[in-house]
Design a protein around this ligand. Structure first.
Ligand code: SAH
Ligand code: SF4
Length: 373
């Protein structure tokens, strides 16, 4: 692989500047022509008619974009050569494969290069019945969580709708198999990019054919935004990254939590359940000796009491920037039992994929280091 210049990203923003991310990040694609990927049949039909073609061409174009995975309008051989030449430079919006890495269990990590040169991560996770894609929603992340490689790497901008849909198509094409599930657990905080994430969910549902219930949006929580997502009345599953059983510990791990008391976050989650009828699951990275003691199980149970929810324990994947410790398997098992004893529905998610660079953002960080070093 040749080393390429990757645009730099700014260092992590402070908690105070976070609400500005959605507007500040709308730079790159705003001035450019909006590509065709991510558009509905209706919108493509309008586009072809505006470009002098009969309306039925819209449906054809939709198939070529979402099923055949064209990268240029010049590939659409059912269109006349003359028209293809006229529109061939109009962007579809596909990324380029920058790096691909397959682990022995079949998980594939991708670094994808966007049209402006930025690099993002996507992951394909196959099992007998499913092909799950873990997608990024931003380039980097401004939230600065202390345990997260993406959080340590700074933030550049939000991803556009087509850049999210592209990740799913890329994995689908590489596996020659239909994607069944999508999780927004790659780089970035989806609810700082709610409009594009919601548009991508709709496109993945209507254009790519993935059930909304098979899509999970993971958030660390942005005040008011869980309610905003609920008001979209989507059928997606919400995963909330809790990681701590009390406000003080949570703020230590997630700087932005300072402005968002744990009780307020959980109240918004209750509203999400009420408004959508969908369940909420809580993600909890287990950090040895920090949040994995019996008193944390008791505290967590009291916070979640009466809430129909599920807790996913994620053993911490060490990153080089900090010295948190990964818990032993025995400690995870004990903590799981302690939560069960408190009446909490709990499961453990061991990261699949590469031993090295398994956590979110780590692959991109290590490749960036290689390019520099
Ligand atoms: N920003 C959103 C979604 C992306 S982070 C969020 O925080 O929920 C995706 C997941 O990766 C989160 O559940 C996060 O907690 C987890 N993660 C990040 N760094 C990790 C690490 N070092 N070890 C294990 N999981 C990690
Ligand atoms: Fe951002 Fe999620 Fe990483 Fe926190 S854990 S820095 S919110 S990607």
């Amino acid at each position: 692989m040749t080393s390429t210049t990757v645009p730099t990203v700014s260092t992590a923003a402070t908690a105070a500047s976070i609400p500005a991310a959605e507007t500040a990040a709308e730079t790159a694609a705003e001035t450019a022509i909006a590509p065709l990927l991510g558009r509905s049949v209706g919108s493509l039909t309008q586009w072809v008619t505006e470009h002098g073609q009969p309306a039925y061409r819209g449906k054809q174009l939709h198939q070529w974009i979402y099923q055949r995975g064209i990268r240029s309008l010049n590939e659409v051989t059912v269109f006349s050569k003359k028209w293809r030449t006229e529109v061939k430079d109009f962007p579809i919006g596909r990324s380029h494969l920058h790096y691909r890495s397959e682990s022995p269990d079949g998980t594939v990590k991708y670094l994808l290069k966007l049209t402006d040169g930025h690099i993002i991560e996507a992951v394909g996770i196959p099992s007998d019945k499913r092909l799950t894609v873990c997608v990024s929603s931003q380039i980097g992340c401004p939230m600065g969580c202390d345990f997260c490689a993406t959080g340590k790497g700074g933030f550049a901008r939000n991803l556009e709708t087509y850049e999210i849909v592209d990740q799913v198509l890329t994995v689908q094409e590489d596996f020659h198999r239909r994607v069944s599930n999508v999780v927004f657990m790659g780089m970035g905080e989806p609810l700082l990019n709610t409009d594009n994430v919601v548009a991508a969910v709709r496109s993945l549902n209507q254009d790519v054919g993935i059930g909304q219930r098979m899509i999970t949006v993971s958030t660390v929580g942005i005040p008011g935004h869980i309610r905003r997502l609920a008001e979209q009345h989507l059928q997606v599953t919400l995963a909330v990254s809790l990681h701590a059983s009390n406000q003080a510990l949570r703020t230590q791990l997630i700087p932005s939590a300072e402005k968002y008391p744990l009780q307020d976050l959980i109240a918004e989650c209750r509203d999400y359940v009420k408004l959508t009828g969908r369940r909420v699951s809580f993600e909890y990275i287990v950090l040895a000796e920090l949040n994995d003691q019996p008193e944390h199980a008791i505290e967590l149970a009291s916070e979640l009491r009466g809430f129909q929810s599920h807790v996913n324990l994620i053993p911490y994947n060490p990153i080089v920037e900090v010295d948190y410790k990964r818990p032993t398997r025995k400690r995870i098992e004990d903590f799981t039992q302690q939560l069960k004893d408190q009446g909490i529905a709990v499961s453990v998610r061991y990261s699949r994929g590469l031993e090295k660079d398994a956590a979110c953002g780590q692959l991109r960080a290590s490749k960036a280091a290689e390019a520099i070093g």
